[in-house]
Design a protein around this ligand. Structure first.
Ligand SMILES: [Zn+2]
Length: 637
């Protein structure tokens, strides 16, 4: 039996009750399941696992739908209802893991007669209970419950402040020098002769890259660094305190040790080692590249003391144009938005042997395009693309799971929330689009699992970026791009331009890795050291890690949205990147090689979280993973 996709309200007035009632109905279902698990001692272990899975399905459905609506629905009232439902689901999830009677249903369940999937689920359930705090004395259990609830509250507030923290600056019209003409036309001067720029990506990214006026770049990047400040200062300080106390009560040295227990990296200390390894691998190249940036900056700004984060993209762009003959404005002429959407669907469709069939069904906003993912007439899942910015919407780019795929029972569905430019896309945006699409297809193709616990991209969290980072490579391949990147005259992007783009991309790579290293050390050290002065310590960490300097006195941590979900583990991006570079070696016969693509789909994507990530990677590569491909990439390969 093929499960049916989710049905959204057709009547716009029905969204508020949808947001309220669907999660409430699912939570009621979980309460009934839990009552049965507590009281029915005749249940076999296999039956208990099935009931637990039923509850997982209900909780994930409630959580995912509420989360997407809280980030994307155009009606602020619906977002507020959805946010309170996210809180309700989180509270129930953490409270269940403190319930001793429920724990008894699994604590000493015998494993005889269970198959490998059931044993894996039982092991994970027991681990979840232990990490939830079920074994603690009563007073401490109650404290852990309060702390978990407070973590959710603070995380939601932190994200909301960023989502609603959009800022604007006004600069003289002459400050738009260097920006593309379509950008200038879309930003007319007001009666005071000033132009308004916002911190939304479609303004921020072109300004960072093209504005030759340093004051304009600094004004907008400063505004971006001040998003959600000062509101998020106190929120973050309390969040870090709550996490530290919860980790300690649960028997861990700090929050990093707590989080990494369930990840590939295994411990907080291993994060420090991994960051040191990245530091060592990127130091020399970064030290060679930085003086070139500073010298280039001084040509525009004589006497400039240091390259700042407001200069980095502009200088890289200038050097790429001057040294490697890569003109970003020429490059973007090959990426009209609609062609890129079609191109990504066609490339990933061929690669993964799937078709996308447009669906005419209501969603939360008219911008949303929905597609069924189909193979041989069989519907595998459904995707929803919500790609343009609008007020009150999630302001970055990310993939959100919507329905947890369970074989024969729940059709997997997932959502992209992005904020792309109208008109022409920057190549960076094309890369981001491929990246997010990598998450999307992982979630859908991994969405045929027996247990919801292992569905889609529910893998170790530091593996989750590997499939998305791998797919970025397709946005750098001349043959792949020639299939859809076509300019207004109908000419596909020339292969020699793509070749120069690749060479130019290698320049500045080590500086980018050091910038990522800065984010990773902020995420780790704020959680582990919990400095009294967040501003001073963050600035010091960024300044020490990367030669490209932060803006003095800025508060970028207040808008660092990853701190809620990634916690101390922003290292995840580089950890996954090491794996992604290694996975790429499996495509030695070309990115569209059918045999490699099939093996990758079957051995990695379709497994979802049903095996440890290490085993998936080894099954695809036929060997243990290695750091070599990443090191070569860093050296410019
Ligand atoms: Zn990602």
């Amino acid at each position: 039996m093929t499960p049916e996709p989710l049905a959204f309200p057709t009547d716009p007035g029905a969204w508020r009750s949808f947001a309220q009632e669907r999660p409430a109905e699912r939570l009621a279902r979980v309460r009934a399941i839990d009552e049965r698990l507590r009281t029915d001692s005749a249940l076999s272990v296999a039956e208990r696992l099935d009931l637990w899975n039923d509850a997982d399905v209900a909780l994930l459905e409630a959580m995912n739908e509420a989360y997407v609506l809280s980030e994307a629905h155009p009606d602020a009232e619906v977002r507020a209802i959805a946010e309170s439902q996210v809180q309700a689901v989180e509270t129930m999830s953490s409270t269940r893991l403190l319930d001793r009677e429920l724990w008894q249903a699994f604590a000493d369940a015998a494993t005889d007669g269970l198959d490998a999937d059931q044993e894996r689920l039982l092991t994970h359930i027991r681990r979840d209970f232990r990490r939830g705090g079920v074994e603690l004395p009563d007073a401490e259990r109650e404290r852990v419950r309060q702390l978990a609830e407070r973590d959710t509250e603070l995380s939601l507030t932190f994200s909301r402040n960023i989502r609603e923290g959009r800022r604007e600056v006004r600069v003289p019209a002459a400050g738009l020098a260097g920006l593309p003409q379509d950008f200038v036309d879309a930003h007319p001067a007001d009666e005071d002769g000033l132009v308004t720029l916002s911190t939304d990506y479609p303004d921020l990214m072109p300004v960072r890259e093209y504005a030759t006026d340093r004051a304009t770049r600094i004004a907008l990047v400063t505004a971006y660094n001040e998003m959600a400040w000062p509101e998020n200062d106190a929120v973050l300080a309390e969040l870090l305190a709550v996490r530290a106390e919860r980790a300690r009560l649960l028997g861990y040295a700090d929050w990093a040790d707590y989080e990494t227990e369930t990840r590939m990296i295994g411990s907080g200390a291993a994060i420090v080692e991994f960051l040191a390894r990245l530091d060592e691998a990127s130091a020399e190249a970064a030290a060679t590249q930085y003086p070139m940036l500073l010298e280039r900056l001084r040509r525009d700004v004589p006497g400039a003391e240091a390259v700042t984060i407001a200069d980095l993209w502009h200088l890289l762009g200038a050097l790429k144009r001057e040294r490697y003959d890569v003109d970003a404005q020429l490059v973007r002429s090959y990426f009209p938005f609609e062609r890129v959407v079609d191109g990504i669907l066609s490339v990933t469709g061929r690669l993964l042997d799937i078709e996308y069939v447009p669906v005419d069904a209501p969603a939360w906003h008219a911008d949303v395009r929905s597609f069924d993912v189909v193979r041989d007439g069989d519907r595998l899942g459904r995707i929803h693309l919500d790609l343009r910015p609008r007020e009150g919407k999630f302001s970055h780019a990310a993939c959100f799971p919507l329905a947890p795929g369970v074989t024969g029972r729940v059709l997997p569905e997932a959502v992209l929330l992005c904020n792309f430019s109208r008109g022409l896309l920057e190549h960076d945006e094309v890369v981001t689009f491929f990246h997010e699409f990598g998450h999307l297809v992982h979630d859908i193709l991994g969405g045929r699992q027996r247990f919801a616990r292992f569905s889609g991209f529910a893998t170790e969290w530091d593996f989750v970026e590997a499939p998305s980072q791998l797919l970025e490579e397709w946005a750098w391949d001349a043959d792949v791009l020639a299939g859809f990147a076509v300019d207004a005259a109908g000419e596909p992007i020339p292969a020699d331009l793509v070749a120069r783009m690749r060479v130019a991309d290698a320049f500045g790579r080590a500086l980018e890795v050091r910038r990522q290293l800065g984010h990773a050390s902020v995420s780790y050290h704020l959680h582990v050291d919990r400095p009294a002065d967040l501003q001073a310590e963050t600035e010091r960490l960024y300044a020490d890690t990367s030669p490209v300097q932060p803006l003095a006195g800025a508060h970028p941590y207040a808008g660092f949205g990853h701190l809620t979900e990634y916690g101390a583990c922003y290292y995840t991006y580089q950890w996954s990147h090491v794996i992604a570079r290694d996975l790429l070696t499996g495509f030695a016969d070309g990115l569209m090689d059918a045999a490699a693509a099939r093996r990758y789909r079957v051995e990695v994507l379709e497994r979802g979280g049903s095996r440890d990530a290490k085993d998936l990677v080894e099954a695809f590569l036929g060997r243990e993973t290695s750091f070599d491909a990443y090191r070569d990439w860093l050296a410019g390969a």
